[in-house]
Ligand binder design. Structure first.
Ligand code: RTP
Ligand code: MG
Length: 166
């Protein structure tokens, strides 16, 4: 750039981060049992998303019922609750600009048969009923789902240098 050219204006921080979102991600029991926690969590970190909360738990049917309340009454509901309570899961609060749609794109289609290679389900899953990962599907869902898994003080703030020092 010559001395007479002006540097491109950088939008103010409030503009650049106006779409900052938090979303709930669950590494489901099949993926935990298969030793895929690190790989799946690593993908979100590599993408530049920030891990704000993380814990290993085993859900009971009451907790799984809260998460999947919108699916209550559907033919697959009972199997879904049985599967999600069958072993430990990793719960994550993931944050980033447009984190909700970015995570959903990284997860791939619900049915692994249709999930593109390169997505989590497209790389690791085979079956619709055992599809490795959950992610909130909208801002409203994230707002409803995050408090089911994280209490006050369990979602932490810090500045990952590569994302937030821009
Ligand atoms: P998730 O909530 O787990 O992130 O999955 P999703 O948004 O991609 O799919 P959703 O429609 O919310 O369904 C929740 C889980 O239920 C199982 N499912 N089975 N047999 C069926 O037709 C059927 N449809 C959904 C899947 O395991 C899906 O992840
Ligand atoms: Mg869903």
């Amino acid at each position: 750039m010559s001395a007479t050219q002006t540097a491109p204006a950088i939008a103010p921080r409030s503009e650049r981060f106006k779409d900052l979102q938090k979303t709930l991600v669950l590494v489901k029991p099949d993926a935990v049992a298969r030793g895929l926690i690190g790989n799946i969590v690593g993908r979100f970190e590599t993408r530049g998303l920030a891990i704000r909360g993380m814990k290993l738990i085993q859900m009971d049917s009451s907790l799984a019922g809260k998460l999947y309340a919108p699916h209550e009454g559907k033919p697959f509901y009972n199997d879904l609750v049985s599967y999600m309570t069958s072993g430990p899961i990793v719960c994550l609060c993931v944050e980033g600009v447009n984190a909700i749609p970015i995570v959903r794109t990284m997860m791939g289609a619900t049915n692994p048969v249709e999930a593109a290679p390169g997505t989590i389900r497209g790389d690791f899953a085979q079956r619709l009923d055992c599809n490795c990962v959950h992610g909130s599907d909208s801002p409203e869902s994230a707002e409803r789902e995050l408090p089911i898994f994280f209490g006050e003080g369990e979602i932490l703030s810090y500045d990952p240098a590569h994302t937030f020092k821009l």
